[in-house]
Write a protein that binds this ligand. Sequence first.
Ligand code: SAH
Length: 232
Amino acid sequence: MAHRIQVPEIVAQIVLGPQETRHVQVLRLRPGEVIQVFDGRGGQASAVLRELEEGRAVLELAPEVQVQSRGAELPAPVTLAIALLKGDKLADVVRAATELGVSHVQLLVTQHAEAREIGAQKLVRLRRIASEAARQSERTVTPEVLEPVAIASLSWEGRLLVAHPGSQARVTELLDWQAPLTVLSGPEGGLSEQEMAGLLARGAQAVTLGPRILRAETAPLALLGAIAATGV
Ligand code: SAH
């Protein structure tokens, strides 16, 4: 498998700064070798390493540039809206959600959550985890992890599916890939009736994840797993 590195922009000649050059050095790449570059926004191409020196490397796009159309991406962007969770649980959720194909993770402040905010360092760490997981799972898009918003001010494009115990509809019945999709999962204490009513009034649809109550860190993965397992 060709080595993959993330670059700021895919252009004919790509000049890497110290941090990305470090990655090239860690991979022990030598001038003349071909590597895969991706920009984290869906662009991917083969490039040849032309120059390598301390803190600087130059790549040139291979003659037949193959910028993939969709690659390993889902047919439409999927956002995971997830309540802030206790401790380090979000790290695992973000890592797995990235593997399962999300384009954005929108953190949410909810009434029954014990966590009310997230520190700047923790957010940086979540972003790093998303970037690393995107690379590992051979995606061309690195999901954006967005600062928390109050659930009442969540805005979305297309459809919003909210995991809510006791609902009838199934995720897979509602997938049509005609528009972007947002899936929402609540905190340890669940979503309040008021929060649920607010979302439904704004056009959200409630979905079941089966008759068992899942933990707050399991539910988002069951939601995304159902989507990913459709094989698209
Ligand atoms: N104590 C809460 C459960 C919280 S579980 C209650 O009894 O309602 C945390 C979140 O996981 C929920 O807000 C919901 O979004 C999701 N979830 C857990 N199990 C689910 C299920 N069987 N169906 C749909 N959503 C579920």
